[in-house]
Design a protein. Structure first.
Lengths: 142, 142
DNA sequence: GTAACTGCAAAATATTTGCATCCTT
DNA sequence: AAGGATGCAAATATTTTGCAGTTAC
């Protein structure tokens, strides 16, 4: 299993068939630096010099489309994004992810080390992707 | 296990300590009629005579706060709401729900009959609630 | 050089708030 | 009667779109 952080920002972008641009490098770097998931607003602010709001929207959309980062569903409307640690660059993410949302510090983390057990669906349903969102108290807050 | 649909709209509202009002009855009735989850816009339209947008926001918020309906996380920003079939009126929902989003018809259903297997978190994490969202093709579309 | 990406302005949507009025208990 | 709920108007916030200028390959 290859760890995604061993790649440079440039490599990663190329691997995902994206042109290498300043905004993309800055935004991707943010994800590499941060263990927790980022919401749109976080990205706009934290990225050193401010990146245009519209560019952030478009960049995130592109990243998600190309499979570089998954978007994490949350029950409270705020979409978050986070790199998962495993290398999924061959075009296929795992078909499931476990994310943890801390109710105290509000941080979201991708728990790559946790396995999602098999879930049996009623007949007729065909599953493609499983997202698991666990909320509770994280390691730092407990 | 008590099935939620055996209750009348009025009973349900009372059980959840909510005043019985027209808007609430109409909106709750929608959920009782529909197996699939509803997004905000659905509710505004489908409710017979249109309900004021603001009232819909406030009513949904109230329902979620009181535990009458859970909100379903989705990766694509659109929050959805759906009654789950089991009676959770004693103030405690199950700590997990399985929802299924069909990639074809876009409908979301709550799969009460599916069990979420135990998931072991790394030490230090304390779990409160598990949401599982499975996407794929539903029974009707396959 | 060409196609793709950015940034600004503006449009379109979505959500929240204040407040006067009406309804439930 | 009193507190809660509604509906309208308006304030905010969020997301999308168009387009001209710039950049990556």
């Amino acid at each position: 299993m290859t760890h995604i952080k061993q790649y440079s920002v440039n490599d990663l972008l190329k691997r995902f068939q994206l042109n290498v641009t300043d905004s993309r490098k800055k935004i991707l770097q943010l994800f590499l630096n941060q263990p927790e998931a980022l919401a749109h607003a976080d990205i706009e602010n934290k990225a050193g010099e401010k990146i245009d709001r519209v560019t952030v929207y478009r960049t995130l959309q592109t990243f998600v489309d190309k499979g570089l980062i998954p978007s994490i569903p949350t029950a409270d409307n705020s979409i978050r994004y986070a790199l998962c640690k495993d290398d999924c660059s061959e075009g296929h993410h795992h078909d499931h992810h476990v994310h943890f949302v801390c109710e105290q510090c509000e941080k979201t983390a991708c728990l790559d080390e946790v396995n999602v057990p098999e879930i049996n669906l009623p007949s007729g349903f065909k599953k493609e992707k499983i997202e698991v969102v666990i909320s509770g108290i994280c390691k730092e807050c407990s």
